[in-house]
Structures are given as C-alpha cells and as structure tokens.
Write a protein that binds this ligand. Structure first.
Ligand SMILES: *[C@@H]1O[C@H](CO)[C@@H](O)[C@H](O)[C@H]1NC(C)=O
Ligand SMILES: *[C@@H]1O[C@H](CO)[C@@H](O)[C@H](O)[C@H]1NC(C)=O
Ligand SMILES: *[C@@H]1O[C@H](CO)[C@@H](O)[C@H](O)[C@H]1NC(C)=O
Ligand SMILES: *[C@@H]1O[C@H](CO)[C@@H](O)[C@H](O)[C@H]1NC(C)=O
Ligand SMILES: CC(=O)N[C@H]1CO[C@H](CO)[C@@H](O)[C@@H]1O
Length: 609
C-alpha cells in the first residue's frame, strides 16, 4: 500500500518536473495563477561580502538586524566575516498584471557607476536579474540612471503552495549539487526537482527555490553558539582585556534587553486579537493566508536597542511613578502627564511592542514631530513606557470638533497647521531612509503646542520601507485609503490620502466619519461639479464659523483643490507631500505679508490673483 503510494508520488513529481522543464525556469516566479497566496514570508540566502557587517546587509535588504540574526541563528552582537551564510526574511508579493512576477520589493538607491546588471549581479549576488529589474521599474531608463534615484530590486521569491512552510531563494553555485543543497537546508532532492526541474537544466548563478521545514536550516545550526564581538583594534594586551570586558558587558545588557523585547512581542502577539481591526472579515481572510509561514512575530519590525541606549535617556520606573503621582495624571488613553525636575513630559504606557515606534522615532527629528525624550522598561510587568515632550494644547481633533473648546480656530491658524503637517510628512517621506510611512494620520494624532504649531504624534503603527504589504489591516476609519483597505498596500500615498481628509476637516469643521457613518471624504464630492468647486454648495458645506469670519474663499478653494488631489482613489495620481507643501506655502506666504490684525479678506483675495 505504502510503496504504491510512494510510486504514485514519484510519478507525480516526475510529471511536475516535466511540466516545469517545458515551461522554463522563469515560470517559478509567475504569480498569475493563484494570487491569493500573496503576500507571504519568504527567505533569501545570502553570503556576507567583504567588509559587510550585519547592519550593512540589513540595510541592503531593508529588514532589521534582529530578523536576520534570528533566522540565521546568529547572536545580534556577533561579528560576521566574508562568506558567512545568512538567511534574510522577506515579504514575498505578487507584482501585479504588468509583470506577473512574484518578488520581494527592495528599495535600492543608485550610486555612481551602478547599472541594473552590476547591482543585481554583484550587490545582490544574483538573487535578482537585470531583466526583472527593468520590468518592475518601467519608468526608469536603464542607460540613464541618475545617482540617488530609488530603484525597486525584485528579489525572486515564491510563496509555498501547500505542505512546505517556507521557500528559500538560493543562488546555485558552480560547486553545488541538489544533494549538497538538500543536506545544507534540510530539504530533499525530489522536492528540489519538483520546484526547479532537473538539476542538469540549472545554470550556474541562477536562483533555485529550496523548500524548508525549519528555520534556521541545519547548515546554520552548526555555528558555534558563543560568538564574541569583533576584537578591538588596539594591540596592547591591556586594551584587549578591557575591550573584551566591555564587549561582554554590552552583550549581557543586550541580551537582557533582547529578552524583554521578546516578552513584549509575545504580549503583542497575544494582544493582536484586541487590536482595532477596521475590517474584521478582511483581516481574518488575510491572516489565514499567513498560516503556515513560520515565526509570525517576524511581522514586527524590531529595533537594535544598542542604538537607542546612547541616544535617549533611560528612566527608572520609580522616577516615572513619582513624576505622575503614581500614574494618576491621565491625559488620555494610556498617556500620563509627568513632571521631572520641573520639566513636563507625556508618558505613554505601551500596550504592545514599543520597538516599532522606537525604531522609527530614533530616525526622525523634526520640529513638527513630537519628540521622544527617553524610555523606561518595566521588567516586572514586561511593559515599557515612552517619554515624550509634553504638548500643552491638546489635539487638533478637540480643537475642531469638541464643543468644550474656548474658541474656534481662525482660518489662518488652520492653514498654518496644514502647512506644518505637510512639512512633517514631507520630512518622514523624503528625508528618512528607509522611508517612513506613518500609517495612522488623523486629527487626534495631531497635537498643538503653546504657539499652535502642529506636531504629529503616535508612530505606533508607522512602518519604514515603502511599497510593503501588510497582513494586519489596522487604521482609523474615515482616514484609511481605499488601496490599503483592499490590498493592504502600504506606501507614502496612504499618508497623503489621510492628510487630504484632515484638510477636509479643517475646511468643513466636520468629523472624518459622520454620526450616521457617512465618510467625510466621500461627502465632499457634492461640492464639486465638472467645472470645479460650486461656491454655493461650498458655503453650505464648510465650517459655519469660517463663513461668519468671511475668510478668503479663494484660499479655501485652493486648499479644497489640494485635498481633492490627495484623495484621488488612484494612489499614483495623488501628489507627493513635497508638491502639497509647495502649493500650501504659496497660499501661506501671501498671508504672512500681513500682520494678524491687518489681515483682511480683501487683501488676500487681491494677492491671490
Ligand atoms: C504566467 O502564467 C500565465 C498563465 O498561467 C501566462 O498567461 C503568463 O504569460 C505567464 N507570465 C510569464 C511572465 O511567464
Ligand atoms: C499576467 O497573467 C494574466 C492572467 O494569466 C494574463 O492575462 C496577462 O497577460 C499576464 N501578463 C503578462 C505581462 O504576462
Ligand atoms: C552572478 O552571476 C555572474 C554570472 O552570471 C557571475 O559572474 C557573478 O560572479 C555572480 N555573482 C556572485 C556574487 O556570485
Ligand atoms: C559543523 O562544522 C564543523 C567545523 O566547523 C564541520 O567539521 C562539520 O562537518 C559541520 N557539520 C555539519 C553538519 O555541517
Ligand atoms: C546564537 C544562536 O542562536 N545559537 C544557536 C544556534 O543553534 C544551536 C543549535 O540549535 C544552538 O545551540 C545555539 O544556541
């Protein structure tokens, strides 16, 4: 009985192999037949190049060091040397009808002398190939690459169809055979044949897919488990001893932090069920797709805590307890007001993993972003606190929508806020590397300081890296972009969309979601007709207070036009925040010619022409 089954099995494999042979190798990465299995976790095998440390590899692939080190059975503090094998966790996606290629998008910035061929062959070690690079970057001309331009490098990958939990993309070396690959990765020759066709057809330096059942694979388990940090350069013995002692201390500290970070992760993982899922059904469907991919916690970006220690103040729990009168001064949600040495802070208790937010915040520094001052680890409760600068005037949401506010915002102030936000978003989208997408732009996450300058808070959902896909759809209704809701597509354009909704709130004084469930961004359509803005409808739709203050209709129309562009359903047609900030600054510049008192509607209208 069993042997019969085995025979059928082998026959089936041969059949599959033949099928593959006739279709050629490129079809291993054709994703058009079953799009429902994307995105998924996939892996690429990469050997460290000369002078490349873990951070350099992590940057190249846009993943965290911790993710690589965990998949590769390395300690985070370990030095890696030339040729060390690394397993890079990637998110494998389907490139869409234009390419039908399954790949993990990796952003690469062109340096002097780079060509698509050189980058795929030498920097990415043939994990991708230049024709594929051309296919996924249709707007770039390969012979005219400009230094600094971003290129998407499609790392070949594939999502597993059934039994095998993950697939590794491996570049077939001249010294390799299916047999050696199978033993290195804990796979078997028939599976390799079924995935890639017969061995004789495999060309050197092309990729093969290796199904594996365990991460890390056997060849990486054989590493010595005690890896020391790189030896200090100093040659005198005293220096070496001190260096080792310091290295050891750092390692111990790192491990303690790493363990607590893992503990937060576990909590985060458990707490996920309670997260605000805007579309529970969709969420469920997407989650199902991820079943079978190993290490669900890898979904989280992780932070190299070593980078944080010298940048931020580390607070003691006792200190925070004292500052907040034993956590009695609640601002809202889980944010407390605390006073330490006369300085006021906002202290946020993290319900789940803070490492995402820490990782993002350590990279950003802009006067329109709420600044992180330090953090505190609560070992007893496996929790953590983030300590921010205190922003006294509360949220934009309250100023626009709460009847309790002492007065309403002037149009000029609203324009100023719009420009502040545009500048902040422009900064995180254009001046961070990899790019940061905030993912939860909304008026409650916009805080106003004593001079009514706007600052963006709450990077809890933020992501670095663009064009990623997510399988956890979370966000705030009324602000989420259609493409994120339907495909989980995360790009800077989703922040642009949410920003468009805030502009509508500023103009209309209405909430992003009306009490009856109507979405503000949909309701604005009635203000427009084929010719543009209908002024009569606009007067009815906009904030009554602004109408009474007889603010410049001209500038309201300009802002509404910008909002409408930001809300385009096609993300590629939305302007970038650079464009938005430029357009707004022109409106705003006009106004700053005048002092607040002198500013009259007539002046602005004349100037606006
Ligand atoms: C992928 O497969 C589909 C049908 O299965 C076919 O139409 C398409 O041409 C293939 N694409 C590539 C790039 O081979
Ligand atoms: C992608 O696949 C679809 C469906 O099989 C097919 O209609 C389309 O032509 C393919 N596109 C390319 C560029 O191969
Ligand atoms: C990539 O493949 C080319 C041949 O196609 C080979 O010359 C080159 O050495 C390979 N790169 C690496 C890093 O192995
Ligand atoms: C483990 O490494 C040692 C040398 O470092 C080597 O002799 C041995 O064959 C390796 N074992 C496996 C299973 O790769
Ligand atoms: C750093 C690290 O994780 N090392 C592990 C590699 O795998 C071996 C065998 O499972 C473990 O004993 C090591 O601790």
């Amino acid at each position: 009985m069993n042997s019969k089954r085995a025979k059928i099995h082998i026959l089936l494999l041969c059949f599959l192999a033949l099928l593959h042979q006739s279709q050629g190798q490129a079809n291993s990465y054709n994703c058009s037949d079953d799009r429902t299995i994307y995105p998924c976790r996939a892996y690429a095998f990469y050997r460290a190049a000369a002078e490349q440390d873990l951070a350099a590899v992590a940057d190249l692939f846009g993943v965290s060091r911790l993710m690589i080190s965990r998949a590769s059975n390395l300690s985070l503090a370990a030095a890696i040397s030339l040729g060390d094998p690394l397993l890079i966790p990637l998110t494998c996606t389907c490139g869409g009808a234009t390419s039908n290629l399954s790949y993990a998008p990796t952003t690469y910035q062109i340096l002097s002398g780079d060509t698509f061929y050189a980058v795929s062959t030498y920097k990415f070690h043939n994990l991708t190939a230049y024709p594929a690079v051309e296919a996924v970057n249709p707007t770039l001309i390969p012979t005219q690459l400009q230094i600094g331009v971003d290129v998407t490098l499609p790392i070949f990958c594939q999502c597993p169809r059934k039994s095998s939990p993950a697939l590794i993309t491996y570049v077939f070396q001249p010294s390799d055979s299916y047999r050696s690959i199978a033993s290195n990765f804990g796979s078997d020759v028939p599976s390799l044949v079924s995935m890639n066709g017969p061995e004789t057809k495999i060309k050197h330096f092309t990729t093969v897919l290796v199904p594996i059942s365990r991460i890390p694979p056997p060849m990486m388990l054989n590493r010595s488990s005690v890896l020391l940090p790189p030896p200090p350069r100093s040659t005198d013995d005293h220096g070496v001893v001190v260096g080792l002692a310091i290295g050891f201390t750092i390692m111990v500290v790192l491990w303690v932090l790493l363990l607590s970070s893992l503990a937060w992760k576990w909590r985060a993982w458990q707490g996920q069920a309670q997260n605000t899922a805007i579309n529970k059904k969709k969420n469920k469907k997407k989650k199902k797709k991820m079943i079978g991919s190993p290490q669900p916690s890898d979904e989280y970006l992780t932070v190299d805590i070593s980078d944080l220690l010298d940048k931020y103040r580390v607070f003691e729990l006792e200190e925070l307890r004292h500052a907040t009168s034993d956590f009695d001064r609640l601002i809202n949600g889980s944010v407390f007001k605390g006073i330490i040495n006369g300085q006021v802070f906002a202290i946020k208790r993290m319900k789940w993993d803070a490492t995402d937010e820490l990782k993002i915040l350590q990279k950003v520094n802009h006067s329109n972003l709420v600044k992180l001052e330090g953090f505190c680890i609560d070992e007893e409760n496996n929790g953590c606190y983030l300590v921010y600068e205190y922003i006294p005037n509360g949220s934009l949401h309250d100023w626009l929508h709460s009847p309790a506010m002492p007065h309403k915002l002037q149009w000029r102030t609203r324009l100023r806020i719009a420009l502040d936000l545009a500048n902040a978003l422009q900064y995180i989208h254009e001046h961070t590397w990899p790019r940061v997408v905030h993912k939860d732009i909304k008026s409650t996450n916009v805080l106003l300081d004593a001079t009514m300058k706007a600052k963006i808070a709450n990077f809890g959902l933020a992501r670095s890296g663009c064009n990623a896909f997510t399988t956890r759809i979370i966000g705030t209704q009324g602000y989420v972009s259609p493409e994120y809701l339907s495909d989980g597509l995360v790009t800077t354009k989703m922040d642009v969309f949410a920003y468009g909704v805030i502009l509508l709130e500023l103009v209309s004084g209405r909430e992003a979601v009306h009490a009856r469930g109507e979405l503000l961004w949909m309701s604005v359509d009635k203000v427009f007709d084929k010719m543009g803005v209908r002024r009569d409808e606009l007067r009815l739709w906009m904030d009554e207070f602004l109408v009474h203050m007889s603010c410049s209709m001209e500038s309201v129309v300009i802002v509404l036009g910008i909002a409408r562009a930001c809300l385009n359903r096609d993300p590629s047609k939305r302007p970038s925040m650079v464009d938005v900030a430029y357009l707004l600054s022109k409106v705003d510049d006009l106004r700053s010619d005048f002092s607040e008192e002198e500013l009259t509607v007539a002046n602005v209208e004349v100037k606006a022409r």
